[in-house]
Design a protein around this ligand. Structure first.
Ligand code: SF4
Ligand code: SF4
Length: 115
């Protein structure tokens, strides 16, 4: 049975919380944009920790050196949590489990390997 036929559990994944290969290939260290009205930008402590501006001062989620969102906790493909789930930007809510983008992210990060 393919991954699309199973119920995908985001809390055992986290693949779409990482910079996709397309961005990595271009050396682009920004992934999810943080919209101007996001609560993340209003909370100074969260902003400092999890937000970074690109060259054009557009806020994005901060990525760690491995390309994971700085707010992602846990082990990719095993057990993960979002440290700012209630305040996560709109872009984080767009990837539907089982969608083409989801399945691509899982493939790229090797989440389905060995299952
Ligand atoms: S890649 Fe898919 S299954 Fe994994 S966290 Fe994102 S939406 Fe959920
Ligand atoms: S803010 Fe949360 S949901 Fe969004 S990419 Fe980071 S860890 Fe994932």
């Amino acid at each position: 049975m393919g991954a699309s036929m199973t119920v995908l559990d985001c809390q055992r994944c986290g693949a779409c919380c990482c910079n996709p290969d397309e961005n990595r290939a271009e050396g682009f260290p920004y992934y999810v944009e943080v919209q101007a009205d996001s609560r993340l930008l209003r909370r100074e402590d969260l902003r400092k920790r999890y937000v970074v501006e690109d060259e054009e001062q557009v806020p994005h989620l901060r990525l760690d050196p491995s390309g994971r969102c700085a707010a992602l906790r846990g082990k990719l493909g095993q057990s993960v949590q979002c440290a700012i789930y209630a305040d996560r930007p709109r872009g984080c809510r767009l990837v539907e489990p089982g969608s083409a983008r989801c399945l691509q992210a899982r493939r790229e990060r090797g989440v389905d390997r060995g299952r």
